[in-house]
Design a protein around this ligand. Structure first.
Ligand code: CO
Length: 677
């Protein structure tokens, strides 16, 4: 069957005057979404995309992925940017190339299944603002979770691309679950549903080159819609996998511009363009134009983000992915999680337990959010199970999964575990078998009511529904009710230059030791930088140009917690929190949470037992007010860490004596959240 796609070659004498290929490979660029999401925590700003947008529009990409995935979250949470604005802005620059987004099916761009009204409104607004291609996936490959969004995408006359998450239970494609037949059946399901194209989403870079050849050849023979391959570089196999997929006739592949490529991102576009020149699959792209784009990214954009790159490793591939067939990000989360619990020595037990937990949970693919669900439960089992009791501490998400709230698993869940997990479960002890969206009631009316007086704009309402706490905070900034913190301001090339100068100075030993009294009161425009000098962190204040330069006071501070920490069912503190997926916070209009006027320095002034934050996170709400009685084990505080809500229980029975934070505040690890006495 591959004969049809055999690569034919002809000599090329004039690079600029190549004959059009018989079957040119189409390429989608991911630089502006998956590229910066994979390499620097999705912190890319719109202003840094504009300088290359028109040049990229001129290349001839099949599409440019610029939105969705984690962008919606990080933009409003960390960058003080309206995600809808980015879409409108980029649409003005990309006049020829279709814009593409990553949609998490019924999870939209969040981490749980949302109600149908939210899913439909989101798609309509995205289409209205210029989105062309909706790449849609579901963590369980349960395509019932596509139904609502697909209907909306089709109504808007946009491209519906259905994804199949590529997963393995063995070193190669095959075995009882993720074999060729599985993928072919899923592909046929998508074609029958009415998908415009099919994407094989290899999020962990697990696909081996010859498996790609077999899979793509079979898909091309069995279906008649375009086949698109998305393979991350993480394990190092992706460039070879791409080439074999091209030989098997893949229609479209995903790449990034070189400076945003490799490591946990994707293969670069330029080597593929050169590899195919003069063949029947020549992309027709101009390598000189690509080089110019890279030049701008290298010189004008990347210096601002360099500090976000994980440079802790020299090696650009993650060998553990090859050893364990598990996503790289998931493995590093497990390591961080164990480290923070002082249990890193148990990593081998975790590696051993992981496939068992995954099997018990129905051999689900490992991708956001299922990778976290399996990862956390595995750590719980290793740390807390005893000889006579397995699954001693079951997370809230595992309960939801057992109930059917994420959809249907690849194979049935272990019935014993399911029964145990659903004992006393709030929605009922009998699991559902219907599409999860059917049991969720509409969410927009309540959100609209919550925002009354602030905004009635549907885009704002959707943002708030997806992210109740941080979304509300962002809307307060947007409408001038609150001032965004300094840390949300963009970094400029000038800032980068100043930091460099400071580092040089610090290395030369020319930084002044911290004085007890500041020599000079810093203006309100002064900015604080953290600089790393020979392994020590320094906090440095810098004022805007023109202001009197003074006291570059350097003071060693503890190394900051890693920005991306794993989700934990953290058990370090007095009692373990119950980990829940994020659900809407209580309506701000009905303040069930108390409003402590000031932060109280409790530890010294109030007697009692403190409830400590077991992990750094953001306060969602308090379930109790000052003066309320509380029983040991009752949830007192909801703390969000890594997008999961953790219900922290009271360490003792008593009365709430002090509350130290309010909704939306961040709390460092071991912060005293409240005192019970
Ligand atoms: Co990806």
């Amino acid at each position: 069957m591959s004969d049809h796609f055999a690569i034919k070659m002809q000599p090329i004498r004039d690079y600029n005057n190549r004959p059009k290929a018989e079957n040119p490979l189409k390429i989608q660029d991911l630089t502006l979404r998956d590229g910066h999401q994979s390499l620097f925590a999705t912190r890319g700003r719109t202003e840094d995309m504009i300088p290359v947008a028109e040049m990229m529009d001129d290349i001839g990409f099949w599409g440019v992925e610029v939105w969705g995935g984690a962008t919606f979250d990080t933009m409003h949470r960390f960058l003080n940017e309206d995600p809808w604005d980015r879409l409108r802005t980029l649409k003005r620059y990309f006049k020829k190339t279709p814009l593409s987004m990553l949609l998490r099916g019924q999870n939209i761009v969040g981490y749980r299944n949302y109600a149908d009204d939210v899913a439909k409104a989101f798609v309509e607004k995205a289409a209205e603002n210029g989105m062309d291609v909706f790449r849609t996936f579901d963590a369980l490959n349960d395509f019932r979770n596509f139904e609502t969004v697909m209907a909306a995408i089709k109504d808007c006359k946009r491209h519906f691309q259905g994804c199949i998450c590529y997963s393995l239970t063995e070193p190669r494609m095959g075995g009882e679950v993720y074999n060729l037949e599985y993928y072919l059946n899923k592909a046929k399901d998508l074609e029958n549903m009415g998908a415009d194209s099919i994407c094989i989403k290899d999020m962990a870079g697990l696909m081996a080159p010859y498996d790609a050849f077999e899979l793509i050849s079979a898909l091309k023979a069995a279906t008649s819609i375009p086949i698109h391959l998305h393979s991350h570089f993480t394990s190092g196999m992706a460039p070879m996998t791409h080439l074999k997929a091209v030989e098997a006739g893949v229609d479209i592949i995903d790449t990034c511009m070189t400076s945003y490529a490799y490591r946990t991102s994707h293969p670069a576009v330029e080597p593929m363009v050169m590899s195919l020149i003069g063949t029947s699959r020549d992309t027709g792209f101009d390598i000189h134009k690509l080089a110019k784009i890279n030049d701008v990214l290298e010189k004008e954009v990347l210096p601002k983000y360099k500090h976000l790159l994980d440079d802790s490793k020299v090696s650009i591939i993650d060998i553990n992915v090859l050893l364990h067939q598990t996503p790289g990000g998931m493995l590093s989360n497990l390591v961080n999680q164990l480290r923070e619990m002082d249990a890193l020595d148990r990593i081998d037990e975790v590696y051993k337990e992981l496939p068992k937990v995954r099997k018990d949970l129905g051999q689900i693919p490992l991708v956001t959010p299922t990778s976290q669900i399996v990862g956390i439960q595995t750590v719980n089992n290793v740390l807390f199970d005893t000889e006579d009791e397995k699954y001693k501490m079951i997370t809230g998400q595992v309960k939801d999964l057992c109930y059917g709230l994420y959809g249907k698993t690849a194979v049935p869940i272990n019935p014993e575990l399911q029964k145990k997990a659903l004992k006393g479960y709030e929605r009922g002890e009998t699991p559902i078998t219907c599409r999860p969206g059917e049991v969720l009631s509409p969410e927009l009316p309540k959100a609209r009511k919550d925002l009354e007086g602030l905004t009635d704009d549907m885009e704002d309402i959707i943002l708030y529904t997806l992210y109740p706490v941080t979304g509300k905070k962002f809307l307060m900034y947007k409408y001038g009710k609150e001032t965004p913190p300094d840390s949300m301001r963009p970094k400029t090339l000038d800032d980068v230059k100043k930091e460099q100068e400071l580092i040089v100075k610090a290395k030369a030993g020319k930084l002044i030791e911290k004085k007890t009294e500041p020599v000079h009161e810093m203006g309100k425009n002064a900015r604080t930088f953290k600089v790393l000098v020979d392994g020590d962190y320094f906090e440095v204040k810098v004022e805007e140009p023109g202001a009197p330069q003074s006291a570059a006071a350097a003071q060693p501070m503890p190394a900051p917690a890693r920005p991306v920490a794993p989700v934990r069912a953290a058990m370090a503190a007095p009692a373990a929190p119950i980990v829940r997926p994020v659900t809407p916070a209580p309506a701000p209009s009905k303040p069930s949470a108390p409003k402590p006027a000031e932060k109280i320095a409790v530890a010294e002034s109030v007697d009692g037992t403190p409830l400590l934050a077991p992990m750094p996170g953001m306060i969602v709400s308090y379930a109790k007010n000052i003066g309320d009685p509380v029983e040991k084990g009752q949830p007192v505080v909801i703390l969000e860490a890594m997008k999961m809500e953790n219900a922290l229980p009271a360490p003792v029975s008593g009365v709430v004596r002090a509350i130290n934070f309010k909704s939306g505040d961040s709390a460092p690890k071991n912060a005293v959240l409240c005192v019970i006495g």
